[in-house]
Write a protein that binds this ligand. Sequence first.
Ligand code: MYA
Length: 415
Amino acid sequence: EANPLVKDDTSLETIVRRFQDSMSESKTHKFWETQPVGQFKDIGDTSLPEGPIEPATPLSEVKQEPYNLPSVYEWTTCDMNSDDMCSEVYNLLKNNYVEDDENMFRFNYSKEFLRWALRPPGYYQSWHIGVRAKTSKKLVAFISGVPARIRVRDEVVKMAEINFLCVHKKLRSKRLAPVMIKEVTRRVHLENIWQAAYTAGVILPTPITTCQYWHRSLNPKKLIDVGFSRLGARMTMSRTIKLYKLPDAPITPGFRKMEPRDVPAVTRLLRNYLSQFGVATDFDENDVEHWLLPREDVVDSYLVESPETHDVTDFCSFYTLPSTILGNPNYTTLKAAYSYYNVATQTSFLQLMNDALIVSKQKGFDVFNALDVMHNESFLKELKFGPGDGQLHYYLYNYRLKSALKPAELGLVLL
Ligand code: MYA
């Protein structure tokens, strides 16, 4: 049966955007053409080698002073340990960060989430970069990086994961973003790191893969009321609610929340699972402790402990990322869970993820989102996810792949 809860896929806006996307290879990219990234003109040129596009240079050759901003702005380093600074970043993003194509929803990352996302093991405060208006001292732009090890084929590469690039709505199209990207690049180079990974909803030169979001409705009435989804053809509200009903408690025996003592077992499970993907994150125990131990309203992780052997055999996780609902009289916030890393070895992937849906419903989420990365395709349709209209492009900086990956060959989820 066709999924009736599909965020409007055939609106004029979507058709226009798809057309624009299809034309984007012929667009010029005055900034990106100057950067060590895969260029559109090189697509399909198999003579180019896989690996770094330009070599690392001695640190003494890295520019020592920050890039120049237009004279009315100044750089600031954002100390995310400070409540005030964290609130400034939070408010900038709350009011100016990513919206959907129809401007109905805007991401509302919580302060605790931002602290988690920006302070992983070995983080550099110097990579949390703000821009202030000199006279008012108001924070008007932000970009961040965190260190990560990412495996590309057989090579584990130290990279920066770049995220939360944001320019205040009133300062758009003034070419601030290229200066911010150059400045974060300089500060990453100063730590002797020469590659980066990032995602964006826009097409830039050149995606390593393009993924699609899928949405599993948990609270269909609210999703329809706020315009996130529409009632399907020949569907009533009560039939729709029944369609998405879930059991009250997880089904799998031994399904429980992850605890600190589980870190070694979960790390083994994850490392083994992720080893099969062409590009994947390289998690050690410290990373797992940071990125996957449950934190209230930030990240949830569950596992299956075999009732007989007490082995940890399966694992699932999701992070909490609400969106502000723009201009709705009845609701202000859409509570969304985002699938993170999942591994099934004994339980069926379908049953494991159904249990993830059940606990996320219990926790009050309205929708559970997942990308078609890793083995996610195998559960999306059967668990009544519908394809969204949002695409997410994945990029590497200063690292060329000979050919693009399929989403199912990617073992990396960025926040
Ligand atoms: S993705 C989330 C991005 N944020 C948003 O979408 C929030 C809402 N939008 C905004 O705040 C602004 O529109 C932004 C652009 C800030 C996005 N990634 O200043 P401009 C290029 C990369 O006049 P504005 C995330 O956070 C654009 O193609 N480039 O434009 C990951 C053009 O260049 P070119 C982008 O709209 C970020 C130039 O900027 C993006 O005022 C990864 C125009 O600049 C984008 N999302 O501001 C960053 N959007 O002419 C790259 C536009 O060449 C990291 N542009 O086409 C690279 C690795 C760095 C580290 C390397 C270490 C070795």
